[in-house]
Write a protein that binds this ligand. Structure first.
Ligand SMILES: [Zn+2]
Ligand SMILES: [Zn+2]
Length: 272
């Protein structure tokens, strides 16, 4: 019923709680057939916290490749990376890249989208005159360009701008202006034929009841025959498959029939 595979995993190389090897052992314990590591690539000069640095990116690559070899008879380990829209150009080979927007830039200043409610709210006040519609417009303009900018395989947490908006205190997610901005970005990315992730990370951390993206976005992806994968965006090895069963029911109810998984060196479908 649920794919025992997760391509979105953070470790002590960025902002995760456990070492990569502890994550591998937890994944084996949970019966996963594949586990992909996706440390945050350096964000850039505006934020040095919680991501790889230019100085430890090679150590990260070496460690994941060591684990890939060491546990090859028990689990398929993948060397991935989560490339932010503003991350410096990626160097070196990776099994896959997740392209994500964690910051937007307005008039030369950055606004952190998913760091905390206060940073988002302050950023909106500082750069957008507290106009959340304009902030969302800039967010989705950036998201629409994330595939071209990062050359990613997977689109990370498509509507993470809703992270601190569970009770619609920041903006109305039912508003047609908001929805059209999101749908335009979905349509642009669907043309680039990347895989969208259904991400349970905000559910495991108590921010949202449902995984990203929201229902109306998943329906558009289904209508246009886009591809989806299920990930946990785990920062804790306990949560490698957090919420996967609930997410599977959620997706089935929205008309999703299959997910894309990584197995034996490539992507294949998994029937829900
Ligand atoms: Zn992310
Ligand atoms: Zn992540």
């Amino acid at each position: 019923m649920i794919p025992l595979c997760n391509l979105h995993t953070h470790s002590t190389f960025c902002d995760g709680k456990q070492t990569p090897e502890e994550n591998v052992l937890a994944a084996i314990d949970k019966g996963l057939f594949s586990l992909g590591f996706s440390s945050h690539a350096p964000y850039g000069e505006h934020d040095k916290e919680g991501c790889l640095s230019a100085g430890n990116i090679e150590a990260y690559r070496r460690e994941i490749l060591r684990l890939k070899e060491k546990y090859s008879d028990r689990i398929e380990i993948l060397l991935g990376i989560e490339q932010d829209y503003f991350s410096p150009t990626l160097e070196g080979e990776y099994d896959y890249v997740i392209g994500s927007v964690h910051y937007i830039k307005k008039d030369g200043a950055f606004v952190a989208i998913d760091h905390s409610y206060d940073r988002l709210k302050n950023g909106a006040e500082r750069q957008f005159g507290a106009d959340m519609t304009e902030l969302c417009r800039e967010y989705y303009r950036t998201v629409a360009d994330v595939a071209d900018k990062t050359d990613c395989d997977i689109i990370g947490h498509f509507d993470i701008v809703t992270k601190f908006n569970e009770k619609y205190l920041l903006f109305d997610e039912n508003d047609s202006v908001y929805r059209n901005m999101a749908l335009e970005a979905v349509d642009t990315l669907l043309e680039s034929d990347r895989i969208f992730e259904v991400n349970t990370g905000a559910v495991s951390r108590g921010w949202r009841k449902h995984p990203y993206p929201s229902e109306f976005i998943i329906k558009r992806i289904v209508d246009k025959k886009g591809r989806l994968t299920l990930t946990s965006d785990a920062h804790n090895a306990e949560y490698l498959t957090y919420g996967f069963l609930d997410a599977a029911y959620y997706l089935k109810a929205l008309g999703v029939k299959e997910l894309w998984i990584y197995k034996s060196g490539g992507y294949e479908t998994f029937s829900l």
